[in-house]
Write a protein that binds this ligand. Structure first.
Ligand code: PLP
Length: 407
């Protein structure tokens, strides 16, 4: 039994009515970015039409109104991920900027040559390169939790990898190329036994499961608004207050100060200390509307429905001869990556597009994962709560068409 009315939900997303090459659009590229409900567009339009001014510094009516909406958005993020305090929520451009901020402001001052940063083999490039840059500057090294063949992390080696030289563990909660859901509670527990802080990349997980940063006890959690039905160019970084209080600023500029002279600057309190310059006001407000939208559907109902879609798609795709799913972990989010015997994923994607199906092909910014499986690329179907079982049948038909034309 459907947990919510998918057709009603779909009507909130005008773009889903698009036709592509004369066929109704089937949007299955949600791991790259999600589509936006009318409510998000309306909230941004309402801001510009009725409440907009620059925030924090103005005594006038509109500035105060904008400030209240922006700070209200911070409260919404705090509640959505169950942080303890609004001071622990920093608005950033997205997951990428959040990770760079932690690498630069938290980790780099602590690092010395020979220290280790522990990542996993399934990380997105955004959760590799910032650490690599920091390591290059300090002489630290990256160590890696390896993948098992089914796309799970091999956590049996974790206790050995968590040596006294590790200064931070940074792992994704959900793989964007394999779909794997990692047992981050276990990773955090083991790391904390050695007093090692943990950053969770929530770019994918945020839209598919309930997040409680206090229960998880992670030190840092990052996500992007555009992956959870909100605007691009906005995201949030959660960091425990005790870390933020000791961190150096990430960027300098207006709003992050209490006083400035040419001799000395006194920084503002957290979270403002980490938000230099005029922020993405409409982005924060639009993202909060998206979080409210998801909360109204309830993330539990979304997760249940998406798991049904995943199970159905896995069954249907597995029955296609010559199709091999890459990433068969027992716990997955609604992502199916696959390769087709003898056909390059780019050709798969191009033919599927002609059938109206939007999927992503390539390495998905996870080249180490591709290297692990000795493949250049996969075709990735990533599903959302607005996808339907009928669409999965049509995606399977499009794959069969690919085989007819290219096989
Ligand atoms: N981490 C994961 C797991 C992702 O899937 C992505 C985006 O695809 C990112 C990080 C980077 O997110 P953004 O480009 O929004 O900063």
């Amino acid at each position: 039994m459907p947990v919510f009315d998918v057709n009603k939900v779909r009507s909130d997303f005008p773009i889903l009515g698009t036709h592509v090459h004369g066929k109704p659009l089937i949007y299955a590229d949600n791991a790259a970015s999600t589509q936006k409900p009318q409510q998000v567009m309306d909230s941004i339009s309402d801001l510009y039409s009725n409440h907009y001014a620059n925030i924090h510094r103005g005594v006038h009516y509109l500035s105060q109104k904008s400030t209240a909406l922006y700070e209200g958005a911070r409260e919404t993020v705090k509640n959505f991920i169950h942080a303890k305090k609004i001071e622990e929520i920093i608005f950033v451009r997205g997951t990428t900027e959040g990770i760079n901020l932690i690498a630069s402001s938290y980790l780099e001052p602590l690092l010395k040559a020979g220290d280790e940063i522990l990542l996993s083999e399934m990380e997105h490039h955004s959760n590799i390169i910032p650490w690599q840059l920091t390591a290059e500057r300090t002489g630290a090294i990256l160590t890696i939790i390896p993948l098992l063949e089914n796309g799970e992390l091999n956590l049996s080696v974790l206790p050995t990898l968590l040596s006294s030289r590790v200064r931070l563990v940074a792992v994704t909660q959900m793989s964007n190329s394999l779909g794997t859901l990692n047992d981050i509670s276990r990773i955090i527990e083991l790391a904390h036994q050695q007093s090692i802080p943990v950053l969770i990349d929530g770019a994918q997980s945020i839209a598919h499961m309930a997040i409680d940063v206090q229960k998880l006890d992670c030190d840092f959690f990052v996500f992007s608004g555009h992956k959870i039905y909100g605007p691009t160019g906005i995201g949030a970084l959660y960091a425990k207050e005790k870390h933020l209080l000791n961190m150096r600023p990430y960027q300098g500029g207006g709003d992050m100060i209490l006083s400035v002279s040419f001799e000395k600057t006194e920084y503002n309190d957290i979270p403002y200390k980490f938000e230099a310059g005029t922020p993405n006001i409409e982005g924060a407000i639009g993202m909060a509307t998206a979080l409210d939208y998801v909360s109204d559907l309830t993330i539990e109902a979304i997760a249940e429905y998406e798991q049904e879609l995943l199970a159905y798609a896995t069954k249907i795709f597995t029955a296609i001869e010559g199709l091999h799913i890459i990433g068969t972990a027992p716990h997955k989010g609604s992502i199916i990556s696959f390769v087709l015997d003898g056909i390059h994923p780019h050709d798969v994607g191009t033919v599927m597009d002609m059938e109206g199906v939007a999927v992503r092909t390539g390495h998905h910014c996870t080249q180490p994962v591709m290297e692990h499986y000795h493949i250049p690329a996969t075709t990735r179907v990533s599903l959302s709560f607005y996808n339907t079982f009928e669409e999965i049948d049509d995606i399977a038909k499009a794959i069969t068409k690919v085989k007819e034309l290219m096989g």
